[in-house]
Design a protein around this ligand. Structure first.
Ligand code: ATP
Ligand code: MG
Length: 411
């Protein structure tokens, strides 16, 4: 049999790629915790209805990209394409709609049947931050500011720009939608087939089109500003004011509508010019109707998701490979001493390793190849007097050190 390959659009994470990936997750997890978010985990697959909620959903994700199949019992199952719907389902399933707000941090794999390319995969991973159950613009600003802080901690903030928009409340959006239908209706001939379908079902979607022809038409489309109700304008002003208080820089972009259908008021993206066509690293917005669609009470929410692969690619200083301490027994008789030392070093939180076999020369070669920072050589004579040779592998200097002092020396 020829060697098997990973399924199209999926990747293995090994070595530096794994270190980049987990550095993004650990950084986000640490900052989200400080900002008051609790981590949740929900199933990777859900009842398809969690994601496809009736005929209202016109997004590409739901219409074209979902991994949906009947399981052996005949139930329609979908591998989650995003985290938010599952989180809202969990809020309702666990009876948490009476204890709001809930501030949720999330990370895990997502699945979309897309054309794989750089920064776009069929299994990809997200970090995700949501505030469930707050209608205040302060929540929007805090969620965005938390994302900005994570981008800063990752060292990628200089490469990204926050683009902010408002989609208004329902009254604003209804009026705006009518204006868009009129405008795009007059330009039918220039629109892609996809956008002609969007014109019928959700004309705001056209603003988000990646088709070149559509984009030329979109360039002159009306903006929402004249259609915003006083309440919607006040809300948007509040978000902008609080972003200022948090010290988050942004520009405004009236073309941001986001990839899923359930947004209102705030919509935003952190974009970069450094990743070609896959330039959105983090995106989100306010969604006030989703929990209701899961069978819960009206619950206003705000959140974002960021692609870990895209953030990992942007990292300027990927974490260095770990530099262990190599413990080297000279001869089988010193193995007990070696294991004792390994135990003491590891207990102190020091990464320490011993080869399973080999003579002194082989073990030293392996230690150098593994990037060890130091080697502790346990020779018969040294061990007999409660000591070992400590070799610093970066400087090459070597000296005898008491076993009892080794941990402190290597800490
Ligand atoms: P795009 O416009 O790039 O298709 P999207 O609007 O579909 O993105 P969201 O559903 O908002 O993306 O997901 C949030 C983030 O998840 C994106 O900004 C991106 O960083 C990441 N992402 C989305 N789809 C993929 C994918 N197929 N592969 C890798 N990362 C992805
Ligand atoms: Mg997409």
């Amino acid at each position: 049999m020829s060697a098997l390959q990973p399924a199209r659009g999926t990747r293995d994470l090994i070595g530096e790629e794994a270190r980049r990936h987990f550095h993004v997750i650990e950084t986000a997890r640490r900052i989200a915790a400080v900002w008051g978010f609790d981590e949740w985990s929900t199933p990777v697959f859900e009842d398809t209805r969690v994601f496809a909620r009736g005929l209202g959903d016109t997004s590409d994700v739901v219409m074209k990209e979902m991994y949906t199949f009947a399981d052996r019992g005949g139930d329609s199952i979908t591998l989650r394409p995003e985290a938010t719907a599952g989180i809202c389902r969990a809020l309702v399933s666990n009876g948490l709609t009476q204890t709001l707000p809930q501030k949720v941090f999330y990370t895990g794999p997502m699945f979309r049947y897309e054309r794989p390319q750089k920064g776009r995969y069929r299994q990809f991973h997200q970090i995700d931050v949501e505030v469930l159950g707050s209608a205040e613009p302060l929540a929007d600003a805090e969620v965005i500011a938390c994302g900005w802080t994570i981008l800063q901690a990752l060292g990628v903030a200089r490469e990204v720009t926050l683009e902010l928009n408002t989609l208004g409340d329902k009254a604003s959006r209804d009026a705006y939608r009518a204006a868009l239908v009129e405008y795009f209706g007059a330009h039918r001939a220039s629109l892609s087939d996809d956008s002609l379908a969007r014109l019928e079902r959700n004309p705001l979607r056209i603003l988000d089109s990646k088709d070149e022809g559509d984009r030329r038409v979109v360039a002159d489309a009306p903006v929402i500003d004249p259609y915003l109700t006083p309440e919607a304008r006040r809300f948007y002003d509040g978000v902008r004011r609080h972003l200022g208080h948090f010290g988050v820089p942004f520009i405004e972009n009236r073309r941001i509508v986001r990839g899923l259908d359930y947004y209102s008021h705030t919509a935003f993206e952190f974009v970069t010019a450094s990743l070609g066509a896959q330039g959105t690293v983090m995106g989100g917005g306010r969604y006030d109707g989703l929990v209701e669609e899961m069978g819960g009470p009206h619950t206003p929410c705000i959140g974002w998701a960021a692609g870990i692969e895209r953030l990992a690619m942007l990292l300027a200083n990927p974490p260095a490979p770990p530099a262990p301490v190599a413990v080297i027994p000279v001869g089988e008789a010193q193995e007990a001493a070696a294991i004792g030392l390994l135990q003491a070093l590891r207990e102190a939180g020091i990464r320490a390793e011993a080869e399973y076999r080999g003579n002194l020369k082989r073990r030293m070669e392996r230690a150098n190849r593994a990037g060890a920072r130091a080697a502790v050589i346990l020779g018969e004579a040294e061990v007999a007097r409660g000591a070992a040779q400590l070799k610093d592998l970066t400087t090459g200097s070597q000296s005898e050190v008491k076993l009892a002092e080794l941990v402190a020396r290597l800490a």
